[in-house]
Design a protein around this ligand. Structure first.
Ligand SMILES: [Zn+2]
Length: 403
């Protein structure tokens, strides 16, 4: 009931409350008899324009500016050779299908999915060499009909559009991972009598983790500090948000009086701490700045609070998913603290719109952990497991988006 009321209020609000770039969440290719079909899963119905080009043979699909959240581009399916993405001009996106032979557009269709949460644009191609269309009628899907007829059209006559696409690099969105090496400068963090310092371990680990994620591919990794310098906690969040971070991973190492305690633990924000933070943020002057993907201008204070709360709840769920995947991957082949996923009100976890975790790599007060954390060789296995946990998180996000 509360949710319904919230949705109703959101619908009645003036202005682009949840304005965002439409997303292209999945691309699939299918060969079926004489037809090869490319299916685009879209977050909303959009205007599209499909046309063929020769030398080399290709089909162009022009779309408004889209965010491509799928990392998999189909290839080598029937008449479809490869699929490239590009941005011919500001405010528009383009898919180019390189074909294995001259083709024509047999049909296009835009329809909502069964649940209506996303929309599927299908573009069916057939060989231009086909002598006859007989027998095709049964397999060609119906063309644009019904209430979506107005949103699409086809224009088969080949022509060379201005600004033919050349770049593949503009449309795909790489996930941004903010790594936050704890402490630094005059703040060494935990220390051992032998001189092992937390601030050095966290920075080295962050650099190694960045290399590991870049090796996996599909990630832009930023560090909140890349040298031995002190940075205030709220500035660390600001750096991550400014970079457009999709997640923030704060890296620390722990120390206890009891030398037998060891293993990794991951913290996410506790519910209580976050409620207080949300309230404080809602009361602050720059409300529009609180949640980057919400436009809160024109919203009443009540609605602002509800929307911040909803966004923060979503962020907390994502943070928890990330935490459990990191714990799982590290725990497969490394030591974990008892109850490795813990909750706390750490300041660096309080970005309301960036899923955030704080990783305590281990205890430098424990001999085995200290040995592991003291050298790059010792950290290698741990860093690899951290990267795999982060990668598994984004794989899940992608899967959820393409449903
Ligand atoms: Zn620390």
């Amino acid at each position: 009931m509360l949710l319904l009321a919230v949705l109703l209020m959101a619908a009645l609000l003036p202005g682009p409350l949840l304005a965002s770039t439409p997303r292209l969440t999945a691309l699939n290719a299918q060969a079926n008899g004489p037809l090869s079909t490319l299916s685009l899963t879209l977050s909303e119905p959009v205007t599209y324009h499909v046309f063929a080009l020769a030398n080399p043979d290709r089909i162009v699909i022009d779309l408004p500016e889209m965010q491509l959240t799928s990392r998999n581009l189909p290839r080598d399916t029937g008449l479809i050779g490869t699929v490239r993405t590009g941005r011919p001009s500001a405010g528009s996106s383009r898919l180019v299908i390189e074909c294995t032979e001259p083709v024509t557009v047999a049909a296009t269709q835009l329809r909502p999915t069964q649940q209506g949460r996303s929309h599927i644009l299908t573009v069916s191609l057939r060989s231009a060499k086909s002598r006859s269309d007989s027998g095709l009628a049964a397999v060609i899907p119906p063309t644009t009909t019904g209430r979506y007829a107005a949103t699409g059209w086809t224009a088969p006559p080949p022509r060379r559009p201005p600004g033919e696409v050349r770049s593949d690099s503009l449309l795909p969105v790489r996930k941004v991972v903010a790594l936050d090496p704890g402490h630094g400068g005059h703040d060494p963090g935990a220390m051992t009598p032998s001189g092992l310092m937390e601030k050095a371990i966290t920075l080295a680990t962050a650099r190694e983790l960045r290399r590991e994620l870049e090796a996996i591919g599909g990630y832009r990794v930023i560090l909140t500090r890349n040298r031995d310098t002190f940075i205030a906690l709220r500035d660390r969040i600001a750096i991550a948000r400014k970079a457009g971070a999709d997640v923030m991973v704060s890296i620390h190492a722990n120390k206890l009086d009891n030398p037998s305690i060891r293993g990794l633990s991951v913290y996410t924000l506790s519910e209580n701490a976050s409620d207080a933070e949300a309230a404080a943020l809602a009361e602050s002057e720059n409300k529009a700045d609180v949640i980057s993907h919400l436009d809160l201008r024109g919203a009443t204070p009540e609605v602002t609070n509800i929307l911040i709360d909803l966004a923060q709840r979503e962020t907390m769920n994502s943070s928890s998913r990330l935490a459990s995947l990191v714990v799982d991957r590290v725990g497969r082949d490394g030591p974990l603290l008892v109850r490795p996923h813990r909750f706390a009100g750490f300041a660096v976890l309080k970005a309301p719109d960036v899923p955030s975790i704080l990783v305590e790599l281990g205890f430098i007060s424990n001999k085995e952990d200290a040995t592991t954390l003291a050298s790059a060789d010792g950290r290698r296995k741990l860093v690899r497991a951290l990267a795999r946990g982060i990668d598994a998180y984004f794989a899940r996000v992608e899967m959820a988006n393409s449903r």
